[in-house]
Design a protein around this ligand. Structure first.
Ligand code: GP9
Ligand code: MN
Length: 625
């Protein structure tokens, strides 16, 4: 029976096996995939299989000569996908994604040099095709009709293999498919072919939603946003005009570590002292508003003053939208706009999304010298990241608007002994124990960054915005957190724990103070723009200037929880902020509507790509569409 099957389907099976081997070889030889352990290697080895079975199964719909031809064509197409990625990777160090295929500038770059990117031995990828063609010519192969039931079984088995594959991959990288993360990670885990299918699904879903939307939808939103606009405080408007801007995205830091200690050791000495500085405006009631897109969501909020999506990472799903982001505006005003982050440029699809947001330059992994001694966990340690970033800054034309994304204080919070300024805590929860130590490390590296900018004379003429990107300690650690904070972590406390640091530090300002207003990352754009002396009343934005005297205390989190001056609303319950106890729902009611409306409006803009109907120059809806 087995022998029979093998002879009957020899060409299909052989082609499939070769395709499998070819895929794995291309992964190993042509891509620089970082494999950290045996399980990852195993996933890499098995990940082409489900799609190979799926692809080859199509040949079964044909019989006789047509089947052989179908097999050849399927092999050709699949091999071409590998080949195209191989060539693309040589140039861009990244994998093909559908949007870039249609981005003429990208392809234009490639066009001129394409011949030099193809090596003669690449053609080996197609060698089996020639062999099979000759083989088929020489031998008469039997290829009787296959019943649809049998074909069904083959497709079903490809699905089962895929499920097993994803199952193992999820143990290595939970939420892989809902959050996307990184193209490299997707290829490593589900394979090149499945990755392209996944990419196609995401892109077509976005395209379909976009096609259904029209300009009339933006009218309501525009009315809401305009009515909600808050005038800047004239004292603060332009307070940092003409200065360079340095933003520091502090990984995973939450407010509870500030002015706190662990076993008597201060956790954030530098940040604590910076709060007291006469040039610092410090915001103790500031919240992160990120969802599954974590750091990238915080970047989205910062650049657009819109909320990220309820699921998935907007950086991945809607990188092709029209945005009217602050980097673009600032570029027009003469700023050099850049991001600096020593990680793979394709992580969170940053390389593509940053273009859409109008950043001029992205200093990514390739722009840093990363040695094993200088690395830990996710890569280059913060202190070396900052050190090398200062060199990049020296090359930048002024004024510049820059964002530095730190990385060391990232889960699983690993650090080498030599970098520990304070010992780990000693609860039963290793994650929480280590967190304090890596936060302390980050605090030190931010201090070193400030010091070197001072030494280089690059400090005085710069406005600093330091903010936490999102929580570091999730609700899974409530037990240890309760132990540390000495109180039960109720839903109220959990919501309050979403407070992240915000510092606006303007050297020479002298009027720094603690700003009690309740706000969130969505408020950063108007706040920063106004400090730079740029009006925002024509923009579509959901945040408002944190310095505005007209401001309402308000922050809505991505899960719909919100915080006002006196209340916290979460899990369908309205809490009194003072006591932390539930109170009548009616006290939260008026804000509930605002919270829901804002999230809904923001989602609608993203899903419908509605900013394409809005002209930020005039603040009007475009009439020609
Ligand atoms: C990755 C870094 C961390 O480049 O920004 O991402 P996170 O997991 O925090 O979103
Ligand atoms: Mn982060």
């Amino acid at each position: 029976m087995l022998k029979n099957t093998l002879t009957k389907y020899q060409i299909i099976i052989l082609t499939g096996v070769l395709l499998w081997i070819k895929s794995y070889l291309v992964y190993k030889i042509s891509f620089d995939l970082k494999i950290e352990n045996a399980v990852q290697e195993l996933i890499l080895l098995i990940n082409p299989l489900s799609s190979v079975v799926f692809i080859m199964a199509f040949a079964l719909f044909f019989s006789g000569r047509a089947r052989n031809i179908a097999t050849l064509i399927l092999n050709l197409v699949a091999s071409f996908v590998l080949f195209a990625n191989m060539v693309y990777y040589r140039f861009f160090n990244d994998f093909i994604t559908i949007p870039v295929l249609f981005q003429t500038s990208n392809m234009g770059d490639l066009g001129s040099s394409i011949t030099s990117l193809i090596y003669p031995y690449d053609l080996l990828l197609f060698a089996d095709l020639i062999f099979f063609a000759v083989f088929m010519k020489m031998r008469k192969l039997e290829a009787p009709k296959v019943s649809s039931k049998k074909i069904g079984i083959v497709f079903a088995s490809s699905l089962i293999i895929f499920i097993v594959n994803v199952g193992i991959a999820e143990t290595e990288r939970p939420q892989l498919l809902t959050r996307s993360f990184d193209r490299e990670m997707l290829i490593k885990n589900i394979g090149a072919y499945n990755y392209h299918a996944y990419d196609a699904i995401i892109q077509s879903k976005a395209k379909a939603q976009r096609a259904l939307a029209d300009g009339s939808e933006i009218a309501d939103i525009e009315n809401y946003v305009k009515a909600d606009y808050k005038k800047p405080d004239p004292e603060m408007f332009g307070a940092a005009e003409g200065k360079n801007v340095v933003m520091v995205s502090m990984e995973s830091i939450q407010n509870f570590v500030l002015d706190n200690d662990v076993e008597g050791n201060e956790i954030t000495p530098f940040l604590n002292q910076l709060k007291e500085d006469k040039d610092t405006y410090y915001f103790p009631n500031f919240y992160h508003q990120t969802g599954q897109g974590k750091t990238s969501d915080s970047e989205f909020l910062l650049a657009n003053s819109m909320y990220p999506l309820p699921s998935g990472a907007v950086f991945f799903t809607h990188s092709q939208n029209e945005y009217q982001a602050s980097p673009e505006t600032l570029k027009e005003k003469g700023y050099f706009t850049a991001n600096l982050h020593a990680n793979n440029k394709s992580f969170w699809n940053r390389d593509i999304m940053y273009n859409s947001l109008g950043y001029e330059k992205f200093y990514s992994l390739a722009d840093y010298e990363v040695t094993p001694e200088q690395s830990i966990g996710w890569g280059l340690k913060d202190e070396f990241f900052f050190q090398q970033s200062v060199d990049h800054m020296k090359e930048m034309p002024e004024p510049y608007y820059t964002k530095f994304i730190t990385l060391t204080n990232h889960f699983p919070f690993s650090l080498e002994k030599e970098d520990e300024f304070i010992p780990e805590w000693n609860s039963n929860d290793g994650t929480v124990n280590r967190y304090f130590t890596t936060v302390r490390y980050m605090d030190e590296s931010v201090k070193m960054f400030f010091d070197s900018l001072k030494n280089e004379g690059m400090y005085e003429d710069t406005m600093f915005v330091l903010y936490g990107d999102h929580y570091g300690i999730s609700e899974n650690h409530n037990k240890a957190m309760g132990e540390y904070l000495g109180k039960e972590i109720t839903p109220f406390e959990s919501t309050q724990l979403q407070q992240v640091p915000l510092y606006i530090h303007i050297p020479g300002d002298g009027n720094g103070k603690v700003m009690d207003t309740v706000g969130g990352q969505v408020d950063l754009r108007p706040t920063i723009m106004h400090l730079l002396g740029i009006e925002t009343k024509n923009s579509i934005q959901f945040g408002s200037d944190l310095f505005s005297k007209e401001r309402q205390d308000f922050a809505v989190l991505r899960d719909g929880s919100f915080i006002t001056k006196d209340h916290v609303y979460t899990d369908n319950t309205c809490y009194d902020k003072e006591t932390g106890e539930p109170t009548e729902k009616s006290s939260c009611e008026s804000f509930k509507e605002k919270a829901e409306k804002e999230l809904d409006y923001s989602d609608r803009i993203i899903y419908g790509d509605l900013l394409r109907f809005f002209d930020p120059k005039t603040g009007q809806i475009k009439t020609d569409k």
